[in-house]
Write a protein that binds this ligand. Structure first.
Ligand code: FUL
Length: 468
């Protein structure tokens, strides 16, 4: 069990499932639909992925390129994706999503469908391919590779017409047929507006609901990569968390109903932030946020890189609320991650390791108000055995229950980590944590949802008994 992430991550670790459903007592609780798919569960387990924004903007000092940038501006002096991946691995990321094409339309691989790409840049005399190098580095360092391909394209003359959809699908086919596996496909919600559009220099609006014919596009990609996770504001596999500031709601349901989250609906961002308890689809939230104010590298922001402490807070409000963190780290003009960002990432890693290295609950005695049937399969000891596949459950119909974790000796406790057994759905809507201090039970934390993982900071107390 030494390699089990539960042990590494928690001071008090517990997998909690309160069974609210009906089935024979010695059988597991019936799933509370909707439940995650196998690929969604694999995604939950990744917890932290890196976002990489890199394109002509890095060299023109923009956030949104207009689409008229010359490919000649793209010229990193010391490109090295192994440096990115070695740092990202050390920082603890499990996957990387690369902006293969941002809104400006410039392609980081030599696409055969456009001249607006690395093939017309001076970098490696037009023979370079950023996508391939990053993909190879991901394989070398054992991180999963993901793709961002902006649907909005401010360079294309035919953006807004049916032929552009064919172009976009051709590009997805180029990427997905050459690079596999691709774990996540990121569809950006920013679409339409002013742009170069092949020289038209105008503003174009598209009918967001129908123009892209997403079902068909998703089917094409899914046929090439069956296990890919699709991100867009509203899913279908994972949803946006409703902001780019680094937090999902303290109440964070992995469930939501897709017909309630159309663009432009008042309050839609709040809904994305919290999900809904009665949602009819499992579409967990992803927290995308940049280590700098912008998504692309700007020298003027070198003094504005988030601190390791900022990132630790973001970790608590994303991973610590049952979401995944997608942290953007933009390479600079050399084509490497900037040293300032690297220093922050590695310092942040140290804080995470120090904070969560000592799991006081590992192997600790656990008692519960009841257990499902008489089966050892659902016993309290499953809460502290460090095995995410084992869990404790109550009998059917029970809506409130409690767990005591008894430590071998009094310890000072700083954080509580709880996990729900999500393959059977998400159930817990309210809980509190108490500690026995000098023979009295004191509330030290409380929350609403748990989901895949919940991390709660507690006052630094010394105790031998914790009750959830
Ligand atoms: C937004 C884009 O407009 C930003 O430039 C960035 O790519 C961010 C991740 O998504 O919608």
């Amino acid at each position: 069990m030494q390699n089990n992430p539960l042990i590494l991550l928690s001071e008090i670790s517990a997998i909690l499932i309160l069974n609210l459903s009906c089935s024979r007592e010695t059988l597991p609780p019936a799933p509370l639909e909707p439940v995650p798919t196998a690929r969604q569960i694999a995604w939950h387990k990744m917890e932290m992925n890196a976002f990489i924004h890199f394109t002509t903007n890095t060299f023109t000092n923009k956030e949104w390129g207009f689409g008229d940038e010359s490919p000649e501006v793209f010229n990193p002096t010391d490109f090295n994706s192994d440096q990115w991946l070695s740092v990202l691995k050390d920082a603890g990321f499990k996957g990387v999503i690369l902006t293969c094409k941002h809104h400006d339309g410039f392609c980081l691989w030599p696409s055969e469908y456009t001249e607006h790409s690395v093939k017309n840049s001076p970098w490696k005399e037009g023979k370079g391919n950023v996508v391939e190098e990053v993909y190879n580095s991901c394989n070398k360092y054992g991180l999963k590779f993901g793709v961002y391909l902006s649907p909005w394209d401010r360079n294309r003359a035919d953006y807004g017409q049916p032929s552009y959809i064919e172009y976009y699908r051709n590009q997805l086919t180029e990427l997905f047929s050459k690079y596999s596996p691709i774990f996540e496909m990121w569809f950006d919600g920013a679409n339409g507006g002013d742009g170069y559009y092949g020289g038209a220099n105008e503003t174009r609006a598209i009918d967001g609901k129908n123009y892209y014919d997403w079902p068909k596009t998703l089917e094409i990609v899914r046929n090439m990569e069956p296990e890919v996770i699709f991100f867009s504001d509203g899913g279908p596999d994972i949803r946006w968390c409703g902001n780019e500031k680094g937090y999902v709601g303290e109440t964070n349901w992995n469930t939501i109903s897709t017909d309630t989250i159309y663009a432009g609906k008042p309050g839609v961002n709040d809904l994305l932030n919290s999900g809904s308890e009665d949602g009819n689809r499992w579409i967990p939230a992803e927290v995308d946020v940049s280590i700098r104010p912008g998504w692309f590298y700007h020298e003027s922001e070198d003094s504005l890189v988030k601190t390791p402490e900022d990132l630790f807070e973001i970790y608590l409000t994303s991973v610590g609320r049952g979401s995944n963190l997608l942290l953007n780290i933009p390479p600079d003009r050399s084509g490497k991650l900037n040293q300032k960002d690297v220093d922050v990432l590695l310092e942040w890693r140290k804080i995470l390791d120090q904070t969560f290295k000592n799991n006081l609950a590992a192997g600790a005695e656990a008692k519960t108000t009841e257990r499902r049937g008489r089966s050892a399969r659902f016993s309290a000891s499953n809460l502290t055995d460090g095995d995410p596949e084992s869990y404790w459950a109550t009998n059917d119909g029970i809506k409130t229950a409690s767990i005591d974790v008894i430590l071998a000796k009094p310890e000072s406790v700083n954080y509580i980590i709880i996990q729900e057994y999500i393959p059977l759905g998400q159930r817990v809507s309210k809980f509190k944590v108490e500690a026995e201090v000098q023979n009295e039970w004191k509330e030290i934390a409380s929350g609403t949802t748990i989901g895949y993982k919940r991390i709660l900071k507690t006052p630094n107390i010394e105790t031998q008994k914790i009750r959830i």
